[in-house]
Design a protein around this ligand. Structure first.
Ligand code: SF4
Length: 473
């Protein structure tokens, strides 16, 4: 009787992609995904360590499962990802009923560790300090039939003082370009029409083998792959963002006109103590060159509020850069102390009241900018790729939802023929700070839509579960 499993994912796109690999190796080991994780024989937590509440989430969910496991001792619980890599044996101390703790460098070992834990009736812990194999060599259960993550590197050589990632994921290791392009071609053969190239510091790709043009060349190579309609990348770092990347974006038709580039702070003194190794003039200079090369490009960012030592003037500087940059969207975070990072022991930690108050002001400030940027889209047409969550209907209005080429969320009147993965030409009729509203003009049925439909048919024939089985309480 095959054992069933579910995977609970926290954190960044890198983790979402790792969870696709975890599910892929469990499928290969004969496990069956289940919709309701509470009933699963195995629950895997793929954890994040970037922010404080990541810990609370994990230990909260573990204590939720404890009584369920008491009633079903054959149930297994495994904890992987960045928090496992950081906390290691502490996880077994706090939750001794956990069977396996594995790290970010040995995802592939999970099935063996689970077997060993069952046979030896003893918790197993295996944390490697360096990468064993690129996770991309492992099978994957992909969330979408037409849109996929492709990792180009793991780890990071930067030392941002608020970030624990380099400690947990190690220094940057780059995949060779042939493996990446072979993976992309194989995905396109399966019906994928959109790929997102992933790396902690994606545009540093090539540093591992001393080729500064490697990332720009990779984008150009993706431009030669027939059937690949949309290429995106996540997350670049301003320090390594060179003009040849901007040229490659502008010259390569299937590279989408969207740049998500973390700013983190608009104050040069805070950027210095964050050790972000660029200043606002360089950051804004990149945006200007991107907009000169691609006037229709949209730019989004990440900003941390309340970093130690941040004065009201520093905060004002952040608001000013947002005004100048006219981001389509900014993902804003309240600074939280991460034990083990240099910033955790810095003087002048800011009180949570002040951090919260600044967070609200930045949020409101950016809302107005996002609204005005989105309102400029009214009356224009956008090519929208219908989202994979069953064409994720806007619950209120039964509208379909998807992403435009410049990565904006677009809700549009339901057209019964558009499938997830198809492309719909949408005329924008209204806008909010977070999304655009429109009416469909033309529908282009794509290979991606065909792949989604075929996968659904196959799944219903074999009543196989699609997507990622999660715990969902
Ligand atoms: S670039 Fe900085 S914030 Fe990003 S993963 Fe590397 S160290 Fe962390």
């Amino acid at each position: 009787m095959n054992r069933t499993y579910s995977v609970e994912t926290y954190g960044c796109q890198m983790n979402v992609h790792d969870s696709e690999r975890i599910a892929g190796i469990l499928d290969e080991a004969g496990y069956i995904p289940v919709l309701d994780g509470k009933t699963a024989d195995l629950v895997v937590f793929n954890t994040c360590a970037v922010r404080e509440n990541a810990d609370n989430k994990l230990y909260g969910n573990l204590s939720f499962l404890a009584p369920i496991k008491k009633l079903n001792p054959a149930m297994q619980i495994a904890v992987g990802g960045c928090l496992a890599q950081k906390d290691q044996a502490t996880i077994l101390k706090r939750a001794p009923y956990v069977d396996v703790v594995f790290g970010t460098h040995n995802v592939g070992s999970l099935p063996i560790l689970l077997e060993r834990a069952r046979i030896e009736e003893e918790s197993q812990i295996e944390i490697l300090e360096a990468l064993e194999h690129f996770p991309s060599t492992l099978p994957a259960r992909r969330l979408s039939a037409f849109s996929s993550w492709v990792s180009v590197s793991v780890g990071c050589n930067n030392t941002c003082t608020f970030c624990i990632v380099p400690t947990l994921r190690g220094i940057e290791k780059d995949r060779n370009a042939k493996d990446i392009l072979d993976e992309v071609r194989a995905l396109v053969d399966q019906g994928v029409i959109e790929v997102t190239l992933l790396g902690q510091n994606v545009n540093a790709y090539g540093v591992d083998f001393g080729d500064r043009q490697a990332f720009a060349n990779l984008l150009r190579e993706c431009g030669t792959i027939d059937g690949l309609e949309r290429v995106r990348f996540m997350s670049p770092h301003p320090r390594d963002f060179t003009d040849d990347v901007i040229e490659a974006m502008a010259e390569t038709e299937n590279v989408m006109p969207h740049l998500h580039m973390p700013l983190q702070s608009g104050s040069n003194s805070i950027l210095a103590s964050m050790r972000r190794s660029y200043r606002t003039d360089r950051y804004l200079g990149i945006l200007e060159r991107v907009r000169n090369a691609m006037p229709h490009a949209s730019i989004t960012t990440d900003i941390i509020v309340g970093f130690p030592g941040e004065t009201e003037n520093d905060f004002q500087a952040t608001l000013d850069v947002c005004t100048q940059a006219r981001f389509a969207a900014a993902y804003t975070y309240q600074y939280s102390i991460r034990p083990g990072t240099p910033a955790a022991t810095m003087p002048n930690q800011i009180s949570s009241e002040v951090v919260g108050e600044r967070y609200t002001r930045l949020h409101n400030h950016q809302q107005l900018i996002s609204l005005s940027v989105n309102q400029e889209a009214i009356g224009k047409n956008y090519k929208v790729l219908v989202g994979s969550h069953e064409g994720r209907r806007d619950v209120v209005q039964e509208r379909l939802t998807g992403r435009s080429e410049d990565f904006r969320l677009v809700h549009f009147d339901n057209t019964s023929t558009a499938r997830p993965g198809d492309e719909v030409e949408v005329r924008i009729t209204d806008a909010s700070a977070h999304y655009l509203i429109g009416a469909p003009d033309a529908i282009r049925r794509t290979r991606g839509g065909d792949a989604h439909e075929a996968r659904n048919k196959e799944a219903s024939k074999t009543s196989t579960m699609l997507g990622m089985p999660t715990l969902s309480k």
